[in-house]
Design a protein around this ligand. Structure first.
Ligand code: 5AD
Ligand code: FES
Length: 373
């Protein structure tokens, strides 16, 4: 099958024609992932057309609050793994979190995302419940709340949902179990089946659930990436975040840094993943991950043009940001929140997009599914 034939099966420039679209086979996805030159351009053009037809040229913002880098796990890629003793650990005070959320509201972001290293002790679970309720009090619940706090029990997910959080991000990181155990230790704290169960529980509790993977991992193949996209489709998630893997010198996967695709190739592959998924799932929310911008100064814009529609500007107080380096040279670590803000408007206008301020920016896919049920 040629690229044109494959692309004719999915996506479209008009809404009417796209209904029911989205089915691609493993082999077809692989052909798209390998596209080069004119074929690659056709893929990106079709993905952008599809996004504009379904979601217009709006970009939604989530003010990112990196609550704490204290983590009980030791994923083999992550700079804040508990075994990295070089990291100075911090946890924001309640006031600092609320201030960040108020700033998000003042800047018109509409939503915040609270992210942290993974902990599941009672003090942590209670604290998050409290913080979610406090953030909800700002201007009578006008801020949407996304959580990204790792694996928890179904009961904890339910508590946080009832407190007012309505979206949750938990990347599967790699949907192939063998690959999963090449990038995580294989022990009771890092269990692939457990992670799958968590994603199912999040869906069951009623969150707009987001997942995702890193692209360009050691040992990762195009077959793995094609299966990752089919996994997102099969789970029918509302949101996806994908970014290039960036080796961190203080982690075990650093030793494979010469065996992975170049930074440019990882970026290209990430953009193709975003574009193909936009064709497969035209109405989901897809984030232009900061990791894209770290690898390429234009990375976020490129991700938006490839089909992403969400950006997460960092609102963490600057003094803490340098301690939340899950990968090195993270973008925007030195920017001030309001600088970030004006910079975004200008950057997005330059590529024909605009921020939708003062809105939760829910996933259209999720909202439609809820209406049906
Ligand atoms: N490179 C790129 N992304 C990373 N993440 C963690 N470590 C790295 C890294 N070295 C991603 C993971 C995690 C998200 C918060 O950041 O996918 O889910
Ligand atoms: Fe913290 Fe992976 S190292 S969750």
């Amino acid at each position: 099958m040629t690229i044109t034939e494959i692309l004719n099966k999915v996506g479209s420039s008009t809404l009417r024609q796209t209904q029911g679209s989205g089915s691609l086979t493993h082999e077809e996805i692989k052909v798209l992932l390998a596209a080069e030159g004119d074929d690659k351009k056709k893929l990106f053009d079709k993905a952008l057309q599809t996004k504009l037809a379904h979601l217009d040229n709006y970009v939604h913002l989530r003010g990112l609050i990196e609550y704490s880098n204290i983590c009980t796990k030791y994923c083999l890629y992550c700079g804040v793994r508990c075994k990295n003793l070089k990291v100075e650990r911090y946890q924001l005070s309640d006031e600092e979190v609320i201030e960040c959320a108020k700033l998000a509201h003042e800047l018109g972001y509409g939503s915040v995302a609270l992210q942290s290293g993974e902990r599941s002790d009672k003090a942590f679970v209670d604290k998050i419940t409290y913080l979610v309720k406090e953030i909800k009090k700002i201007d009578n619940g006008s801020l949407g709340i996304t959580l990204s706090l790792g694996e928890q029990t179904e009961e904890t997910y339910r508590r946080w949902f009832e407190a007012g959080a309505h979206r949750y991000l938990l990347r599967i990181e790699a949907s192939n179990e063998d690959l999963y155990y090449k990038i995580h230790p294989h022990d009771e704290k890092h269990d692939f089946q457990q992670r799958l169960a968590c994603i199912d529980n999040l869906l069951k509790v009623g969150y707009q659930t987001g997942t995702g993977v890193m692209v360009g991992l050691p040992f990762q193949t195009l077959d793995d990436l094609a299966d990752d996209l089919l996994f997102f489709k099969q789970k029918d998630v509302a949101m996806v975040g994908m970014g290039p893997f960036i080796p961190h010198p203080d982690t075990p996967l650093w030793q494979y840094r010469d065996q992975i695709p170049s930074a440019e190739e990882r970026m290209e592959l990430t953009l193709k993943m975003i574009a193909i998924l936009r064709l497969m799932m035209p109405e989901i929310n897809m984030v232009a991950a900061t990791a894209n911008q770290t690898i390429d100064p234009q990375g976020r814009e490129k991700a938006i043009l490839a089909g992403a529609n969400v950006i997460m500007p960092n609102l963490t107080p600057n003094e803490f940001r340098e301690n939340y380096l899950i990968y090195p040279d993270k973008a925007c670590v030195k920017d001030k929140p309001d600088e970030c803000h004006s910079c975004l408007d200008v950057r997005l206008a330059a590529i024909g997009h605009k921020v939708l301020y003062n809105a939760w920016g829910d996933s259209v896919a999720f909202t439609k599914r809820q209406k049906k049920s």
